[in-house]
Design a protein around this ligand. Structure first.
Ligand SMILES: C[S@@+](CC[C@H](N)C(=O)[O-])C[C@H]1O[C@@H](n2cnc3c(N)ncnc32)[C@H](O)[C@@H]1O
Length: 314
């Protein structure tokens, strides 16, 4: 049904974002008509609308996004739906949000990490290395430090660490040194300046280096700007606290570092508690060939899902 919705107004309301692994994640969530669900990453609302289509009148969906544009867009199709609760919020605050909305423990939590197509295609947001724009990269453009703030203020070692840790970039030190030298003359403000420097220092896309060198650099900066690892760690704990027994957590990630966190969670369980999460599958699930052909942006996606089996040690 999702593929049929192709009108312009619909594309505007969803930023043209194609939900990744939509049917598979919906199935993994095990949506029941009267259940309570959270979509932690509303984006263009593809996953949320799929869930709503299967909820009865007593079912509820809390849908969050840090980006006010995502919430505004969802109001165009969801403002009058009493089953839908929209919040501009950080998923790391899930516990507080569920308490505030009075929903209590829920049956399922869906997380589809990363950026939505609207954010990526808008050069004004600075997420993409294609097309010039301000070095911003904040999911929430109303608060926090921008990518330019980080590039212009972090010390050389801190920059190198972040490119290495979050971007797995082998040329992290060389790039950090060049950033510090460049900004001593003119501070960074545009994405194009960073792309040009990354190409100069790390080399252009080649047969050996099949991705543009700016890819990892942008990924690392975006992770730092939004503290993505910190947000995910908090969410994984909150998911445990806020799921009912038998409740499910489904996570789609695009980054090996994030996938490792999720894999470890389902293997070891929350800190200091025996393994009470049960992963639905041993290995992650990937988009089908058909989806990859229809939506190339899904190519690095992987999905894991787990069930909460016991609530305490006693
Ligand atoms: C890949 S998109 C989600 C797409 C969505 N599932 C769909 O079908 O359209 C990820 C979304 O998560 C949001 N986001 C990222 N980190 C967040 C956080 N810590 N809290 C809330 N939203 C976040 C981004 O603003 C973005 O809109």
């Amino acid at each position: 049904m999702l593929e049929k919705e192709t009108s312009q107004s619909f594309k505007d309301a969803t930023f043209g974002h194609q939900p990744v692994m939509a049917q598979e994640s919906f199935a993994a969530l095990g949506v029941r008509p009267n259940g309570l669900y959270v979509d932690c990453t509303l984006g263009g609302g593809g996953h949320s609308r799929l869930i709503l289509r299967h909820l009865g009148e007593n079912g509820r969906l809390l849908a969050l996004d840090l980006d006010p544009a995502a919430i505004e867009a969802a109001k165009t199709w969801g403002a009058h739906d009493p089953r839908l609760i929209l919040r501009k919020a950080d998923f790391r605050d899930l516990t507080e949000l569920l308490a505030e909305t009075g929903l209590g423990q829920v049956d399922g939590i869906l997380v589809d990490l990363g950026v939505n197509s609207g954010q990526l295609l808008s050069s004004a947001r600075g997420f993409s290395f294609q097309g010039d724009g301000p070095l911003d990269m904040r999911f929430d453009p109303e608060r926090g430090q921008t990518a330019a703030d980080i590039l212009n203020s972090y010390g050389e070692k801190a920059l190198a660490d972040l490119f290495y840790r979050y971007g797995e970039e082998r040329g992290a030190r060389r790039l950090a040194r060049a950033i510090v030298e460049t900004r001593a003359k003119v501070p960074f403000s545009r994405t194009g300046e960073l792309v040009a420097l990354a190409n100069k220092i790390l080399g252009h896309k080649t047969r050996q280096r099949r991705i543009n060198p700016a890819t990892r650099v942008f990924l690392a900066l975006r992770s730092e700007v939004n503290d993505e690892p910190g947000a995910l760690a908090r969410l994984l704990n909150a998911a445990w606290d806020n799921l009912k027994l038998g409740g499910r957590l489904v996570i789609i990630s695009f980054h090996s570092m994030e996938d490792r966190e999720v894999k470890n969670l389902f293997r070891k369980g929350p800190k200091d508690v025996p393994a009470l999460w049960q992963g639905l599958w041993k290995k992650p699930h990937y988009p089908s060939e058909k989806e990859l052909a229809l939506n190339p942006r899904s190519r690095s996606a992987r999905m894991r899902a787990g069930v909460k089996l016991k609530g305490s040690l006693t």
